[in-house]
Structures are given as C-alpha cells and as structure tokens.
Design a protein around this ligand. Sequence first.
Ligand SMILES: Cc1cc2nc3c(=O)[nH]c(=O)nc-3n(C[C@H](O)[C@H](O)[C@H](O)COP(=O)(O)OP(=O)(O)OC[C@H]3O[C@@H](n4cnc5c(N)ncnc54)[C@H](O)[C@@H]3O)c2cc1C
Length: 318
Amino acid sequence: MDMNTIEAVVRTTDPADWREGDAWLAGGTVLFSYGSTAFGPEPLRRLLDLGSAGWQPVAVTAAGIELAATCTVAELYALPEKLAEEASGTADWAVNAQDWPGLDLIRPCCDSFVASFKVWNMSTVGGNLCTSLPAGPMISLCAGLDGMATVLGPAGSRRELPVADFITGDGQNALAPGELLRSVSLPASALSSRVAFRRLSLSNLGRSGVLLIGRLDGGGRFMLTVTAATKRPVQLRFASLPDAPELADELAAAIPAGLYHDDIHGLPAWRRDMTHRLAEEIRTELGMPAGAPAAVSGDFWPPQPTQTQPTRQTKRGA
Ligand SMILES: Cc1cc2nc3c(=O)[nH]c(=O)nc-3n(C[C@H](O)[C@H](O)[C@H](O)COP(=O)(O)OP(=O)(O)OC[C@H]3O[C@@H](n4cnc5c(N)ncnc54)[C@H](O)[C@@H]3O)c2cc1C
C-alpha cells in the first residue's frame, strides 16, 4: 500500500528524535498493509526506520536469550538449530540446547504466523508485540517464557516490564507516545522448564483462535499462558500441578466472558470451550513423565465448525 502522507523516512533508533505523526518502522508488514491513516486520528508523516539499528538479533548467555526488537521471525526460527549445533561442537554458543526444553516453543510459535515468504523474512519480534494483536505468536512465545520487555523513552528513560503486561488489549499496549521497544529477554529459568504447546485455528492456514503454553519448572511449579483466545495474555501460576477441577475453576475466575476475543477467527464461546479443553490437555501432558507420548488435540484438527463453533447466525439469533 502506498503511504502517500509520508514526508520523510528517518534512520534512527533514538526516541529523542520522535515527534507527533511519527511511527517506528521495523519490518513494515503492518505499516505497509494498513497504510498511514490507520494508526491514529492524524495520518502518519514520518517513519523512523529501525532498519539500520544494527542490533544483534539474538544474544545467548547462561542467563537466557535476549531478542532484539528487530530480530526477524526467520532469524528466530533458525535459533534452535543453531543451539543444537552446540552439542556437536560446531557453533559458538554459551549453552547446551538440551538444558533448555523451552526452546521447543520457538518453532511452533513461528509456524503460528502461517506467513508468506515476505512476512516471514521481514516481520520482527518487536513489530509483532507492538502491533499487539491477540493472535500475535511472538506475544505467545515471549509471554509464555516470562519474557521481559525493555522499553526506551524519548527523555532517555529505560524501563522493563513483563511481556504479559506489555500487551494490554486488542491492538493495545503499554507504550507511551514515542517509546521504543528495544528487546525482550527470555530468562534461563523459564527456558529450562518443561513446556507444552497447543494451538487451534478455525481453518487449516488460519490465524490462531486459541494458543496455550504450559510450563512445569524444576520445582514442580506450573504456569499456563493463554493467548489468542483472549484480548490480552492471561497467566495462571500454581505452586504445583493442579487437579482438573482446580485448573478449570482458576481459568474461569481469571477470564471473565468479556475478556475472550471476538472476531472472524472465533466466537468467544468457542474460544472459552477450547481454552478449557487445551488447558486440560496441557495439564495432563505435563503431569506425565517427561518424554511420554502426549495426547494432542489433533483428534479435532481441523476443528469441526458444526460441532465446536456456533455460527454467527446462531449467535445473533441467541
Ligand atoms: C499475510 C500476513 C499475515 C499475518 N499474520 C499475522 C498473524 O498471524 N499474527 C499476527 O500477530 N500478525 C500477523 N500479521 C501482521 C504482521 O505481519 C505481524 O504482526 C508482524 O510481526 C509485524 O512486524 P513488523 O516488523 O512488520 O512491524 P511493522 O509493520 O514495522 O510495525 C508494526 C507496528 O509496530 C510499531 N513498531 C514496530 N517495531 C517497534 C518497536 N521496536 N518499538 C515500538 N514500536 C514498534 C510500528 O510503528 C507499527 O505501529 C500478518 C501480516 C500479513 C501481511
């Protein structure tokens, strides 16, 4: 899409350069899809291009993984393989991939984009978080691994907040005008947990309608992150693996009806039912010994709309 209100493209990563009418430009897959009039009451006048930031896309240390906001989906997708090479001694990484089962979440989350070649290679982790769609798969990944977002402000400020709190609603986030998302840190404590992943979409290559991530850490603590089904991430934490009724009760208490997302990719009632079903699958999977074959939701993949999804007409008529 032409952005014919744009008067200048400025290469900068300095929030002090930001002024009203500016937007940070990362991969541009949203900006050039929606156009310059979709981002506020006034059309955009300048793009602040992060393309020359030169930030290292991925930094791995024993403390965890730091993803630059400009890390592309393609670069992130390559990470587990690069880390696995460490085991064979062919790569220069600080950790052994086998110590971090949480890495297993990276590829299914990237695959949840169901993206074209261009989106896959251009779109960025930061752009996905800042777009803040409920179905943002980088939001699922980073929230599910207790990611911390680092945000830079125009007055030289720097603050950190959990990714789960960074996203505040459908298309809404905690960024103030001019603030720049610099990076997301994924802590080793989360990466070293056992993980389970479940996702459903109404169509085979469709946007996520429900995406749940479960984690069980070395101390037996259980954490569940609900995304895509809800307008913002919802996290439940338990000191030990709950039983089925306790998990269902906590889910019901944490997600009021109005928090379930409602769009063409799934009705709230369907998202609620599938959230409960997938949460129970995750609980069961993580309750089994590591490596045991998991029951997956493939028995209803692709989902059967007539069985699980009331039609729009049914909903209107109800
Ligand atoms: C075919 C197609 C399929 C898609 N599928 C999905 C999908 O399944 N799920 C999904 O969530 N999205 C999807 N998208 C939307 C989009 O591609 C992704 O959200 C992508 O990750 C956005 O990243 P970007 O780098 O291209 O962002 P950009 O377009 O560069 O920016 C998006 C927004 O974020 C702001 N921004 C970017 N980086 C920063 C930063 N570091 N700090 C502050 N603000 C910043 C920009 O100013 C802009 O408002 C899809 C798009 C297309 C075209």
